[in-house]
Design a protein around this ligand. Sequence first.
Ligand code: DC
Length: 228
Amino acid sequence: MPSSIPVLTIDGPSGSGKGTVSRLVAQALGWHYLDSGALYRAVGLAAAWEQIDLSDAEAVAACAARTRIRFDGDGEGEPKVWVNGKDATHQLRMETAGAAASAIAAHSQVRSALTELQRSFRRLPGLVADGRDMGTVIFPDAPYKVFLTASAEERARRRHKQLKEKGVSVNFDSLLHEIAARDERDASRAVAPLKPADDALFLDSTGRSIGEVVQQVLAIVPASLRRP
Ligand code: DC
């Protein structure tokens, strides 16, 4: 039976502004927030801690099923993420965790192991779900869907600035190269490839401010569902 709890899905490549936009939109609506990328990153990290071969789909899926992931806070600011009882917030934002997430996300068994967990975030008054396949696979019945993108150069610039602010030094060209390689892997994988849902609003954030994009996204949710 279709759920009556509203979901707004925001899918797109890394660096499109998706994370910031999704958080601000969730805050403005007073809805819950799901950072699905953090789940894949957490599993990638847990698998690395256990020295599991990331290409071993069954072993990583078993690891996904037993990994305990907890978010501190919901929608307000950047939440802390606890993986198997350890504060992994900082480690999860590193490019190495992103690369591990992208590698394990290609296994259908791993994606299945995370499906129910992701759907369990759908609670009243509503959910903003941020990821790659939120509108296509996890919440295909979501009434509100956005696909947010930006040029690879702009995404690399944003990521570079973000990492610099966090005190992580990375070379711009290698970042651009990594982003392009990750896009290619995410878009060409056989299961749940990164692609807009047929019924998604396509938004390009290149040259636009976060505030502008947030307003464009909010405009697709009826005023009656927004926080009074
Ligand atoms: O959004 P992010 O950079 O935190 O995501 C990290 C990786 O996880 C990304 O390369 C692809 C994967 N991912 C996915 O396959 N499906 C999702 N719903 C979210 C992330």
